[in-house]
Write a protein that binds this ligand. Structure first.
Ligand SMILES: [Zn+2]
Length: 315
């Protein structure tokens, strides 16, 4: 008994004293956090794989996880509207959209105007989705125009400032591990820079190909690598593509203006298949959410590689 007690004591002392428990809303942010907490702790992710932050409702067990986490990292109300209330009374939260100097961009005005027309015929309930700013009616063409694009994890150039902000907060909460967080940040920056170079060369041939994406999510990636989609089926996944948009995309595919259309595994809209049918365009899958990857210290780099391969399939 005494020996058992002793070995438990030894085991206990080998474990990190009290590493901070990080909870992120979505997986790709969990990937960045995991690079920082390498060999210290593994971040938890609130949204299950395949769930869309555009349309998510918290369960009571989620609320408990939010309450017990030492640090909650979320993008901001532009993406996870469902987090606003649960986070209201919590002090240890990191709102990534508030990081000073983060190179954010806005959705284009012209584009959203067109889409709002398309969507006027459809349902207009807002399930806390990102591209709304609240009330809108049939004649409101502004609810998406000029809004902040919240898909910040799509920008490899944003990953470092995000990682730095996580290090800063974790160092304050868990000062015992500060040096290790810093060392992990340095390693992440190095690995990211290397992967970024590889991806840039993988994107070179793709730049010449026109393509359509399912929803307007890839702007940060496209700007960073000098690519540009011909357009998207819908501004936000919970909105069905408008009839005018479908006709326009079909026409562009028939005229060979674009070679590929990218579906997303979470939504699998048959509409993409039918629009592309008999046009010669390839239907490919792009997964911005990292759904098939486990959260771990190398996952963000792996996710970049997967994204790059996804785009590179359009050749
Ligand atoms: Zn999105």
């Amino acid at each position: 008994m005494k020996r058992l007690f002793l070995s438990l004591m030894l085991l206990g002392s080998a474990l990190p004293a009290s590493a901070a428990e990080v909870l992120t809303t979505i997986k790709p942010i969990g990937f960045i956090a995991a690079a920082i907490t390498r060999d210290i702790s593994t971040p938890e992710v609130l949204l299950p794989s395949g769930a869309s932050p555009h349309d998510f409702a918290l369960r009571p067990s989620d609320i408990r996880r939010i309450e017990s986490a030492d640090l909650v990292v979320w993008v901001g109300p532009d993406l996870e509207q469902f987090m606003v209330k649960p986070l209201a009374g919590k002090s240890n939260t990191l709102t990534l959209l508030d990081i000073p100097g983060l190179p954010l961009h806005r959705f284009s005005e012209e584009d959203s105007h067109e889409h709002d027309h398309d969507h006027d015929a459809g349902a207009h309930e807002a399930h806390g989705h990102d591209h709304d700013d609240g009330d809108h009616d049939e004649h409101d063409h502004d609810h998406h125009a000029g809004g902040i694009d919240p898909h910040i994890w799509l920008g490899p150039n944003l990953a470092v400032p995000i990682a730095k902000a996580i290090v800063e907060r974790l160092s304050a909460i868990d000062p015992a591990n500060q040096a290790r967080y810093q060392a992990n940040l340095a390693r992440f920056e190095q690995e990211l820079a290397l992967k970024d170079k590889q991806v840039a060369s993988m994107m070179e041939p793709v730049k010449k190909q026109g393509y359509f994406v399912f929803h307007e999510a890839y702007g940060y990636w496209e700007r960073h690598y000098g690519m540009q989609a011909k357009g998207h089926f819908t501004v936000s996944p919970e909105r069905r593509p408008g009839a005018k948009t479908l006709v326009a995309i079909r026409k562009a595919l028939e005229e060979q203006q674009a070679r590929c259309v990218f579906a997303e595994p979470q939504f699998k809209p048959d509409v993409i298949e039918s629009v592309a049918r008999n046009t010669g365009a390839k239907v490919l899958i792009q997964d911005e959410t990292g759904g098939d990857l486990a959260v771990g210290p190398d996952a963000y780099i792996q996710w970049m590689d997967n994204m790059a391969k996804g785009f590179a399939a359009c050749q």
